[in-house]
Design a protein around this ligand. Structure first.
Ligand SMILES: [Zn+2]
Ligand SMILES: [Zn+2]
Ligand SMILES: [Zn+2]
Length: 178
């Protein structure tokens, strides 16, 4: 299976970098510039696949980054594993970029909402719960590992929600909502 050209330069194939000041992807080699892909998070490709598995599709997770926030992402389904200490930074970065979620992205349905993903780090079942902030999004959390799992586009939904980031929930706010 070919590697999808996600965040790779269409001209030279290098990994594109996110210019957060201008909201553009730029190629450090040939200088190509383009807007981030619509409807998904602009995750920079950092490294090769890790031995952690995507909880949704069991593909190996890869090292990536949004602005200065490192994370693991699934190259196949585009889910993201974000440390709790990076989570709000990622959301604020996406909000600053004014990226919009795809219109077709539906909320997780009932069956999905009741399923439980294994934590990619410790393999214990993650807790699936409504994110206690804007966006009407359910996320998966492993408190022991201090990580959140977001399916593709869910971070954009949170970032694009109308609520101001001022007063945004802290980690403990949403962990406590059960
Ligand atoms: Zn290039
Ligand atoms: Zn996946
Ligand atoms: Zn865990």
């Amino acid at each position: 299976m070919p590697i999808e050209a996600h965040m790779l330069c269409a001209s030279c194939g290098a990994c594109m970098r996110l210019d957060t000041g201008r909201g553009l992807l730029t190629c450090p080699y040939c200088g190509r510039e383009e807007p981030p892909p619509a409807g998904e998070e602009p995750i920079e490709v950092l490294g090769k696949a890790t031995d952690r598995l995507c909880p949704a599709c069991q593909s190996p997770l890869s090292e990536g980054r949004i602005a200065s926030h490192e994370l693991l992402y699934c190259n196949r389904c585009r889910g993201m594993l974000i440390g709790m200490d990076s989570f709000l930074g990622v959301i604020e970065t996406l909000r600053d970029l004014r990226l919009r979620p795809a219109g077709v992205l539906a909320p997780r349905d009932e069956a999905e909402a009741s399923r439980s993903y294994p934590c990619p780090v410790c393999e214990a079942p993650m807790e699936n719960h409504p994110y206690g902030g804007p966006g009407n999004v359910r996320i998966d959390t492993c408190e022991a590992c201090a990580v959140n799992w977001l399916d593709r586009g869910e971070a954009l939904r949170i970032a694009a929600a109308p609520d101001p980031v001022q007063g945004a929930p802290t980690c403990s706010d949403y962990i406590d909502q059960r």
